[in-house]
Design a binder for this molecule. Structure first.
Ligand code: URA
Length: 442
């Protein structure tokens, strides 16, 4: 007889805790094709509403991890992995991963695609012509030892349970759940033999954790899961009230990340990438945070991280000449702008609405089978704190077609708040959590 998922769905719906064997059975049967998507979607919704105990979350993480192979990377340098909980305009990995490699770490990174209103590193990278994120475990390990970094997708061999659950969660309203996010991220991170797992926990309107208390709870949960698998896991809390940088959408974000690696680009993006790299130096070598920050800053400013990025892109099939020829970047089928409603200073740019608008414009998926449009997204023309006049263009939408453009522009109505006084701009990094889950100020 086939695996019976229905009783587990019903018990979770009623708020009961499931045992580790039940969770393992459900995950294995789903990956084996014995549980249909509609029952798994119902289970995920029950978890999103009812939650999971710590033991259940560890069991789910372990079951997802065991759905595929684990990858041993042999490298003489310390292996460090970095993962974000998801944000809008969050192209941090594209900068932080080569920066970590430039600082002497090896970075074997399994990433995700767009999820809900947030973008995903894989979709961003795939806007570079030829770039492959589907690597088998042996190729992935070889690239990491040879180039110091590799970024790959979940596959039939690598955490297949996350590959399937991730795509299902994206289109069933079951993303914002602490246990589902924690098990998704940690199963990918534990699948690779990294010495340090560094989490960028986003907090704010555009994140899956709207306030500091929830973000801290998540950081401590993920760190505790890491500890229960014997791994050093740490976290930074970083702000996601406004989009990170000025570009939201796949190719637009790659362009901004490249600018950042070339020593330009927005300050908030540089701050987050440099702080993450510094946290790795602090955790692995015990460097003081100021020293670590300076070393990381220098590796970015000197162009070392960019040189590494340029060497690495072709190793995964990407056309590196494309990065330096702006006229070859994909162009959206339709573009339009939203304008300032009054004179004043840009006080807030709602990150969630911008992420949702980018998704509607074609940068993300509304159904599992949707393709993403590399050119689609939203550009911020008037950054936070800038002075604007009524009627001035503040946001530009790049869309796959006129319908998508209209939907995105409608979503962006009243998203840019304008006030008489400039806002108080806050640091992008809020605080850190050490391997025991203790909060530390940066
Ligand atoms: N990143 C992931 O890999 N999974 C999530 O659920 C959220 C962010």
């Amino acid at each position: 007889m086939k695996f019976q998922a229905l009783p587990l769905v019903e018990r979770k719906r009623d708020g009961q805790a499931l045992g580790p064997e039940e969770i393992a059975g459900l995950v294995a049967a789903y990956v084996g094709g014995d549980v249909p998507d509609y029952q798994m979607a119902a289970f995920l919704m029950a978890v999103t509403i009812r939650g999971m105990t710590f033991d259940e979350t560890v069991a789910l993480t372990g079951a997802m991890l065991r759905s595929g192979r684990t990858i041993e990377v042999s490298a003489r340098r310390p292996l460090v992995d970095k993962h974000s909980t998801g944000g809008v305009g969050d192209k941090t990995s594209l900068v932080a991963v080569p920066l970590l490699a430039a600082l002497g770490f090896c970075v074997p990174k399994l990433s995700g695609r767009g999820l809900g209103h947030t973008g995903g590193t894989l979709d961003k990278l795939e806007s570079i012509p030829g770039l492959r994120t589907s690597l088998d475990p042996a190729e992935f390990a070889t690239l990491v030892s040879r180039y110091g970094l590799a970024i790959a997708a979940q596959s039939e061999d690598i955490v297949p349970a996350d590959r399937l659950l991730y795509a299902l969660r994206d289109v069933t309203g079951t993303v914002p759940s602490l246990p589902l996010i924690a098990s998704s991220i940690m199963s990918k991170k534990l699948a690779v033999s990294s010495r340090l797992i560094l989490l960028d926990v986003k907090v704010g309107d555009g994140a899956f954790f709207p306030d500091e208390a929830t973000a801290a709870e998540f950081a401590q949960l993920a760190i505790a899961i890491g500890r229960s698998f014997g791994r050093d896991t740490r976290a930074l809390l970083t702000r996601m009230d406004a989009p990170l940088g000025l570009a939201v959408g796949n190719a637009l974000e790659v362009r901004e990340a490249v600018a950042c690696l070339q020593g330009q680009g927005p300050e908030d993006l540089r701050d987050v990438a440099v702080t993450l790299a510094a946290e790795a130096l602090h955790a692995v070598y015990g460097l003081g945070r100021d020293d670590a920050g300076q070393r990381a800053w220098q590796a970015l400013e000197s162009g070392e991280a960019y040189q590494l990025f340029r060497r690495w892109i072709p190793s995964q099939g990407g056309d590196v000449t494309f990065l330096e020829q702006p006229d070859r970047w994909p162009k959206a089928a339709a573009t339009g702008v939203s304008r300032a409603t009054r004179d004043g200073y840009v006080h807030a740019i709602g990150a969630r609405a911008v992420g949702e608008a980018a998704r509607l414009a074609g940068a993300g998926r509304l159904r599992k089978e949707d393709a993403v449009d590399a050119a689609a997204g939203v550009e911020i023309l008037a950054p936070l704190g800038s002075e604007v006049r009524a009627g001035q263009e503040v946001l530009e939408v790049h869309a796959s077609g006129s319908e998508q453009l209209a939907a995105a522009l409608e979503r962006l109505e009243r998203v840019v708040e304008i006030a008489d006084e400039p806002p108080q701009l806050e640091n992008a990094v809020v605080c850190a959590f050490d391997k025991n889950g203790r909060r530390e100020e940066w």
